[in-house]
Design a protein around this ligand. Structure first.
Ligand code: S3P
Length: 177
């Protein structure tokens, strides 16, 4: 039985790499945000608007406890998942955890590709976004760094880069086992 969980900041490539990794390792891919949206019939933005961040974090924890029981899966967590409750310790007990480390520059590039669906960064200017990333990453890094494996994929702006990063990550996971 295999279970992997990918953690990291918004825009670090958790979903993109997770999908490729799942295909290559022949495991099922589950994105925690998508799982929440399907279970609640609401978008993450709607859940934030209706229940506030605190309400969202409770739902996120509950849903994490569902998916982290599944077998032969790769789960991509939300960017904030490891930083609330005892979620990071719980994930480390349940799975092989991977932190996708990224520079502010890479995060900015990726986030500019999908900003509208993320309530914490929606509507921010480039400058505000950069400052927000730097401030929150400084607080979150201590949680992310508890993961079993730390891997820096670099920018994932085309399929070739994603494939190269996926292969390198598979090597790293093998070395760790
Ligand atoms: C969040 C990250 C998002 C999503 C929500 C909050 C965060 O997930 O869970 O918008 O606190 O960093 P992604 O990292 O998949 O964008």
């Amino acid at each position: 039985m295999r279970r992997l969980i990918i953690v990291g900041y918004m825009g670090s490539g958790k979903t993109t790499l997770g999908k490729w990794l799942a295909k290559k390792l022949k495991l099922e891919f589950i994105d925690l945000d998508w799982y929440i949206e399907a279970r609640y019939h609401k978008t993450i933005s709607e859940l934030f608007a209706q229940r506030g961040e605190e309400g969202f974090r409770q739902i996120e924890k509950n849903m994490l406890h569902e998916v982290a029981e599944f077998e032969n899966v790769i789960i991509s967590a939300g960017g904030g998942t490891p930083c609330f409750f005892d979620n990071m310790q719980y994930m480390n007990r349940q799975a092989e955890t991977i932190y996708l480390q990224a520079t502010t520059e890479t995060l900015l590039t990726h986030l500019n590709m999908g900003k509208s669906t993320r309530p914490l960064v929606a509507g921010k200017t480039e400058e505000e976004l950069k400052e927000f990333i730097e401030t929150s990453l400084a607080k979150r890094a201590a949680f992310y760094e508890q993961a079993h494996i730390i891997f820096e994929p670099g920018p994932l702006t085309n399929d070739e880069l994603v494939e190269t990063a996926t292969n390198a990550l598979i090597q790293k996971i093998r070395q760790n086992n």
